[in-house]
Design a protein around this ligand. Structure first.
Ligand code: PLP
Length: 556
C-alpha cells in the first residue's frame, strides 16, 4: 500500500518536517479521535464518577462504565466485573503479585517466567517469591531469543503455582505460543498471567478462548492515553483476592475502626480514577475495531519491506523471530556500537529506541549490550522505512567509513603507550564544523586523541553512574594536577570524553572546581546536538571528576 490512509489521522506525524517514528513499542501515537475524546471530557463532561448524583456526574459515570463494557467485548471477557482499571500493565501485574495470598500460593511452589520478560513481569514476581518463599524458574530461549517451547512446557509441573509470560516480546517482537503454555498450566492446576502490553494493538485477543486467568495491558501502547491500563482477571479469582489499595470508592461501609468493601470491579479501584484516560481508551478501542483489517495489512506489508531492506546491509544481524512476529525488529550491526547508531539516527530525525528495552536478563542471555529496535505501527509508511534505511546507511558510513567490519571488543587498547592529549584544538574543530554530520565526524575523530583507560581497569570501580552509555574514568591528582584516563564502548562518547579531557587534563585542581561544563558545551555549539540524557551524562562525568579532585585535596 503506497499511501497509508491512517497516517493523516495522527496529528503529530503530519507537518512540515514529520517525525519518522519507529518507537511505537515504547508508546504509540494517538489518533485525533482519542485526543478529542480526552479534550471533550475536560471541556464539557468534567465531573467525578460514582460519587455525586447530579446530572453531569451521572452522565459521565454512564460513559465511563460504558468503556468498561467496550473493553470487555474487545478482549472477549465474560463480564465487565472482570475489567479492572489500573495505571497500566505494570500496575496490573503488581496488583496481582500483591493480592495473591497463602490461599493461592504455598511455600516451595514455583513461579514460571520466560527469559523474554519485561522487567515489569519479573520484578513484582521476585518480590512475591521472597514473601512466600517460592522458587522462580525461567522458560529458556535459543541463541536468537526464540522461546524453546518444548523445554518451556516441561518446566510446568504440579508444583507450579503460576506461569507469567508475555504474549509478545517487547524486545524481539516474537509472538509466543501462549495457548500451549496456558493449556498445560491449566491441566496441572497452575494460574496463568499473560502480559499483553505488546500484543494488544497488533493481535485480536480473546481471553475466554485463551482461558488465561489474568491478562494485562496499557492503553498508551494501543493508541490510547498514558496512565490508564487494564487488568483482566477471572471473576472467581478476583473475588478470592483482597483489595490492593484502600480508600474512597472501593468501600461499602466505613466506621472509625473497621470497614467493608465493595464487590468487583470497584474493590480494586480505590480513589478517583483516570476518567479522561478511560474515555480516551474507549476511543482507542473504537479506532482499532474500526480499522483492524487495514492495520493488519499495513503492518504486515511494512514488516516484510523492512526485513527486505535490512538484508541489504551486510553488518545487520536480526534477533528474535521473523515469521511469528509483530511488526517489530531488533537488530545489531557487527562492529558498531548501538549508542553511536542511536545518536546518529536521532540527529536525522529518526525516533527509535536502543538499549536493553527493560529486558536486562534477556540481553545477558543473548550476550548483547543492547539492540536497535524498530517498532512499527499502523501509521508508518514505506517512506518512513526508506528514510530510516538511508539514515542507517549514513550512520554506518560515518561510524565505519571504509565499511570494514571491525569488532571493537577485540581491539587491544594500548592506552599506556599513547601520549596524554596535548593542547589539541579539538574544541576549535567542533566549533567550526557545519551541520550535524560534520560535527559528529569531528567528535569521532576527537575520540582518537583520548587518553584511554587500560582494559583491565574497565571495571565497576571506575564506572561512572548516570551516563546513558558505559563510561569508565580514572582521575589521579599528582602534585596538585589532574591526570585523566577514560573509555567507553561508544565512539561518540569517547570523542566527547576527549573534548572534556582537552580542557581539564593537567589542570590544577582548584581550576577544575570552577569549570562550567554546560557553558563550555554551549560555547562549542554542542548543546543543541546532545540529547538531554547525553548532556546529563557528560555533566555526570564532570561531577565525577570534580568529586575525585575534592577527595584528593581533602587527603592532602
Ligand atoms: N510488559 C511489556 C511487554 C512491555 O513492553 C511494557 C512496556 O514497555 C510493560 C510490560 C510495562 O508497561 P507500562 O510501562 O505501560 O506499565
Amino acid at each position: 500500500m503506497q499511501n497509508n490512509p491512517l497516517k493523516a489521522l495522527f496529528p503529530q506525524l503530519v507537518g512540515a518536517r514529520p517525525l519518522i517514528y519507529l518507537d511505537s513499542a515504547a508508546t504509540s501515537h494517538k489518533p485525533l479521535s482519542v485526543i478529542e475524546r480526552t479534550n471533550q471530557y475536560y471541556s464539557n463532561e468534567n465531573a467525578n464518577v460514582h460519587r455525586s448524583s447530579h446530572t453531569l456526574a451521572a452522565q459521565t459515570t454512564a460513559k465511563f462504565e460504558a468503556v468498561r463494557q467496550q473493553v470487555q467485548h474487545f478482549i472477549g471477557a465474560k463480564s465487565d466485573r472482570e475489567i479492572i482499571w489500573t495505571k497500566g500493565a505494570t500496575e496490573s501485574i503488581n496488583l496481582v503479585a500483591n493480592c495473591l495470598s497463602t490461599q493461592h500460593l504455598q511455600t516451595g511452589q514455583k513461579i514460571l517466567l520466560s527469559a523474554l520478560e519485561h522487567h515489569a513481569n519479573l520484578v513484582p514476581w521476585q518480590q512475591m517469591a521472597q514473601r512466600f518463599a517460592l522458587q522462580i524458574r525461567i522458560m529458556p530461549v535459543d541463541d536468537k531469543g526464540c522461546l524453546l517451547i518444548e523445554q518451556a512446557l516441561q518446566l510446568i509441573d504440579s508444583q507450579t503455582a503460576l506461569v507469567a509470560v508475555t504474549h509478545v516480546s517487547n524486545t524481539l517482537g516474537n509472538i509466543n505460543p501462549i495457548e500451549l503454555i496456558i493449556k498445560k498450566a491449566k491441566a496441572l492446576g497452575a494460574m496463568t498471567l499473560i502480559d499483553g502490553a505488546q500484543a494488544i494493538s497488533h493481535l485480536k485477543v480473546d481471553v475466554q478462548a485463551l482461558d488465561c486467568d489474568f491478562y494485562v495491558f496499557s492503553a498508551h501502547k494501543m493508541y490510547g492515553p498514558t496512565g490508564i491500563g487494564v487488568l483482566y482477571g477471572k471473576q472467581v479469582l478476583l473475588e478470592s483476592m483482597s483489595p490492593y489499595q484502600y480508600g474512597g470508592e472501593m468501600i461499602q461501609q466505613v466506621g472509625y475502626f473497621d470497614s467493608t468493601f465493595q464487590g468487583l470491579p470497584y474493590k480494586f479501584e480505590a480513589g478517583t480514577p483516570n476518567i479522561a484516560g478511560v474515555l480516551g481508551l474507549g476511543a482507542a478501542v473504537a479506532f482499532i475495531e474500526q480499522h483492524r483489517a487495514l492495520i493488519d495489512q499495513i503492518e504486515s506489508e511494512l514488516y516484510a519491506y523492512l526485513l527486505q531492506q535490512l538484508a541489504q546491509i551486510k553488518q545487520v544481524q536480526l534477533w528474535g523471530e521473523t515469521k511469528n512476529s509483530i511488526a517489530l525488529q531488533s537488530i545489531t550491526l557487527i562492529g558498531l556500537n548501538i549508542q553511536d547508531l542511536s545518536i546518529l539516527l536521532s540527529e536525522q530525525n529518526i525516533a527509535i529506541r536502543t538499549g536493553h528495552h527493560c529486558t536486562m536478563p534477556l540481553m545477558q542471555r543473548l550476550g548483547l549490550a543492547g539492540t536497535l529496535r524498530i517498532s512499527l505501527a499502523c501509521y508508518n509508511t514505506f517512506a518512513d522505512i526508506d528514510a530510516f534505511m538511508q539514515a542507517l546507511k549514513n550512520a554506518v558510513l560515518q561510524l565505519a567509513p571504509d565499511s570494514a567490519i571491525q569488532d571493537e571488543s577485540n581491539v587491544v587498547v594500548a592506552s599506556e603507550l599513547r601520549p596524554i592529549v596535548n593542547i589539541l584544538p579539538l574544541a576549535q574543530k567542533i566549533k567550526a564544523a557545519q551541520g550535524w554530520d560534520s560535527v559528529y565526524r569531528e567528535i569521532m575523530m576527537a575520540g582518537k586523541e583520548l587518553n584511554r583507560l587500560p582494559v583491565h581497569l574497565q571495571v565497576a570501580e571506575y564506572e561512572v553512574n548516570g551516563c546513558e552509555s558505559q563510561v569508565w574514568l580514572n582521575c589521579e591528582v599528582k602534585e596538585q594536577h589532574l591526570h585523566l584516563q577514560g573509555d567507553s564502548p561508544s565512539k561518540i562518547v569517547r570523542g566527547l570524553l576527549a573534548i572534556i579531557f582537552e580542557v581539564l587534563q593537567g589542570q590544577k585542581v582548584e581550576s577544575i572546581a570552577v569549570f562550567d561544563m554546560a557553558a563550555y558545551l554551549h560555547q562549542l555549539g554542542l548543546s543543541r546536538h546532545l540529547s538531554s540524557s547525553r548532556g546529563n551524562g557528560l555533566l555526570a562525568v564532570v561531577q565525577f571528576i570534580k568529586l575525585q579532585c575534592e577527595l584528593a585535596c581533602a587527603k592532602n
